[in-house]
Every structure is written in C-alpha cells, then in structure tokens.
Design a protein around this ligand. Structure first.
Ligand SMILES: Cc1ncc(COP(=O)(O)O)c(C=O)c1O
Length: 433
C-alpha cells in the first residue's frame, strides 16, 4: 500500500526520481558549455529508455518511448489515482506545475499555455477558435501535415473563409530562408487573417524560417486595424524537443506541439502557447473545467474572458500522463537544450552527408543545420519508399514513409541513436543500390 503524496511532495519526488534516473543527462551536461559531452554520457541517456535493443529506432519523431523519470512519474501518479481517484483529482486539479514546467522550457509565462492532448488538438482549438468570416483568407503551404490542413479546412467550412495553399520551395533540398519568407510575403493580401506554417515539415525535413516569416507577418500588420490583423500560427512539433529556441526566438503568435514526440513526454500530452494579448481573440470549442468558469455557470453568469486556461479542454483526461509531463521537460533541461540540439544535429549531419554521397539516393532534406532539424527524407532510385522501408526493416532498422501525396522514405536520428547506428543505417541504405 502506498501513501498518498501531496502535490508538492509528489513533484519533489518526481524531481528526485528525475535526479536519480537522470544521472545520465547530468553526465551529458557535465562537460560544461561549449564542450562536447563524453560519448558514454549519451549511452547513459539512451539507457534511460526501454526501446528494444533488437532494433535501430529511426522513428522517435513518430511516437516516443518514455524515459525512466517519465515512466516513474506516470507510475507514481497512476498509483495515487488508483488508490483514491477523487482525492487525487482534487490534489492535482490546479495544473500550474505542469504549465510552469512547459513555460520554463519554452521561455514564456505559464498563463500563456493551454494544455492539450496533441499537436492536432492544439491546431484545431486555435484555427476553429479564430473569429474568421466569409471573405477572409487563410494562408498556408503545400508542405504541412494533414492535421493542419484539416483544421484549416474545418475552420473555413464553418466561417466561409478561404484557405490558400502555396509552395515555399520546389525541392526541399534547395530551399532557402529568403525563398520561403519571400513566398509568404508575396502571398499575403489585404484579406489574409492567418498565416499557418509548420516549423519542421515531416514531408521533406525542411525547417522553415519561423522568425523571418513572423517578421513578414509583423510588417503586414503595420497599419492594420486590430480586427484585420494577420495571426501567425505554427505547428511546432518537430522542432520542439530538438531546437534550442524559445517562443520569443520564433516570434510567432501561436504555437502548437504534442509532447509525445521529441520531448519524450507522456503519450497524449501537448501544449498550445499563444501571446498573452492574443488569447482573447479566440473562442473555446470545448468547455473548460476550471473553478472560475464552473462558478460562472452555476451563477448563471457569462463565462470569464478567454485566456489560455479557458482554452484548455475540460472533461477528465488521462491525468497521470498530463500531471507527469514536468518530468519530461526536466529530462531535457537537465541535459541542456543546446546540447540536445547539437547532438541531434550532429547525428543528422552524419546521416545526410553519408546519403549525399550515394549515387542511387536523392536527398530531399537540406544539409544546412539552419534549414533542417531531426528528420531526413530521401528516395532510392528504382524503389518505392515502402519497398525501401521494408528492406530496412529486414535489417532491423525502423524507418518510415512520409504520409503525404508525394511520399519519401524517412529516417530521424535522435537521442535514442548513436554514431555507430547511423553508420549501420547508411550501410543498409547503400546496400539498397
Ligand atoms: C508536422 C506534424 N504535425 C502534426 C502531427 C500530429 O501530431 P500529434 O500526434 O501530436 O497530433 C504530425 C505527425 O504525427 C506531424 O508530422
């Protein structure tokens, strides 16, 4: 029988579990700024995961494996919920600690964050929540994910707005920052109310210049009345947990990301961040279960004004997962965001340079670190992406195909991999010739 933990002691416990379980990340961070972590420190980071060693996992961008501190936090909370669900919910109903952990990682305020279950949920809440109307234009690109395109389609269907999709580049491997920002700049019209982009395209591996695009949007907004302003929303999921960037670095207005990919958070968790002054623009789609909103309903009064908290969907959730999310941010912060970014970029560079040298391979992801992150898309001459992925599976390598109209084979070296695994993957792809 376990004793019930108070919220504070539970969080402290989670941090202790993290500290014990995270000797590995700390070792990775121990070398000091600007100095590479010793190789065995990365091995110890890998040891925090229970992924099967029988496989080389090149798909942790798809759905994560929980590292030890996250598993331990979920388990402690699950036990607490199973012992006394009502008391556990009352104990943890204030999600400030979860939002504070996300905020510290993102460099923002906790009250600017709505908690979601996924990138998809955040995108739908955002775009369906915007006050669009007939005649408005929503500008997006051809390279974004189904979740983005469908959220925009649903929002347009309800409001009468029109969705316009443009290409940011012809070939991913040749994309440039100026070309991508320029394409958005040229496409914004007086009717544009939304610029909806994706930080890292899972269709090509291209990392878009979010900052430059946000600046284009800011210029377009100069002189516009508040009701005519363009809102810049970002599907950030494949940069979140990879890049060493804050929301201020990105400069966008809203940012949605699931935490169950590169962040290694509990499955079914995510965040929607927005600038404090822009939240009142939105209308919630799902009732929130907070005290203030509930009391307003009990008194027959109008709901409180929209803010990030009001946009957090209510109803009961997979609570042990949501409340355990701080353990994932702590895991990243203990290693260090810069070190995580350096490591993922180094492994991806090694992989792309190897692929670039293969005559039977066409690389669709730029080599440049500024234009790519942790996803690599490629084609093998004379072979469908499915066939290439199948052949890699025969060699115990888990790769994937990109689920887009034009599909490529994909590998995504991450903290779950090392240089030797990248070499093995390169040998296997070389053997596909
Ligand atoms: C660019 C992009 N956005 C959104 C999603 C969906 O993410 P989630 O499962 O967090 O909704 C994916 C892939 O799963 C994706 O590749």
């Amino acid at each position: 029988m376990t004793t019930k933990l108070s919220r504070r002691s539970l969080l402290e416990g989670m941090l202790l579990i993290g500290a014990a379980g995270c000797a590995a990340p700390e070792a990775a961070a121990a070398a000091g700024d600007g100095v590479k972590a010793p190789a065995d420190a990365w091995q110890r980071v890998r040891d925090e995961f229970e992924v099967s060693p029988a496989w080389i996992h090149m798909t942790s961008f798809y759905l994560d494996s929980h590292p030890r501190p996250v598993r331990a936090a979920i388990e402690a909370l699950r036990r607490e919920l199973d012992e006394n669900p009502v008391d556990a919910v009352h104990e943890h109903e204030d999600t400030t600690p979860v939002r504070e952990a996300a905020a510290a990682y993102m460099g923002v305020q906790a009250d600017e964050i709505a908690l979601t279950d996924s990138t998809t949920m955040g995108l739908a809440l955002l775009y369906l929540g915007l006050p669009l109307k007939a005649g408005d234009e929503v500008l997006t690109t051809e390279h974004d994910h189904y979740a983005m395109h469908e959220s925009l389609r649903l929002a347009a269907e309800r409001s009468g707005a029109v969705v316009r999709k443009i290409a940011l580049y012809e070939r991913g491997s040749d994309a440039t920052e100026a070309e991508m920002a320029g394409a958005i700049e040229r496409a914004i019209t007086p009717a544009t109310r939304v610029v909806a982009i994706t930080w890292v395209h899972s269709s090509t591996g291209v990392k878009t210049p979010v900052r430059a695009i946000a600046e284009v949007v800011a210029r377009a907004n100069q002189g516009r009345a508040p009701e005519d302003r363009v809102v810049c929303g970002v599907d950030g999921v494949h940069g979140f947990g990879v890049e060493d960037a804050t929301m201020a670095d990105l400069g966008c207005d809203f940012f949605s990301a699931g935490c169950h990919k590169w962040i290694f958070g509990p499955r079914g968790t995510g965040v929607l961040w927005g600038k404090a002054e822009l939240w009142p623009l939105l209308r919630p789609s799902i009732p929130q279960f907070g005290k203030e909103a509930y009391e307003a309903w009990l008194r027959g009064q109008p709901p409180p004004p929209t803010n990030a908290n009001m946009m957090t969907p209510g109803g009961f959730h997979s609570f042990e997962h949501r409340w355990a999310l701080p353990a994932a941010f702590a895991f990243h912060r203990r290693i260090g965001k810069a070190r995580v970014a350096d490591r993922i970029h180094a492994l991806n560079r090694q992989c792309k340079e190897g692929l670039k040298g293969m005559r039977h391979v066409t690389l669709h992801t730029p080599l440049d670190d500024a234009l790519s992150a942790g996803i690599i898309c490629f084609e093998v001459a004379g072979m469908t992406p499915e066939a290439a992925v199948k052949r890699l599976r025969e060699r115990k390598i888990v790769a994937s195909t990109s689920p887009y109209r034009t599909s490529y084979a994909r590998v995504a070296p991450s903290l779950l991999n090392d240089e030797a695994e990248v070499d093995t993957v390169l040998r296997a792809i070389r053997a596909l010739a």
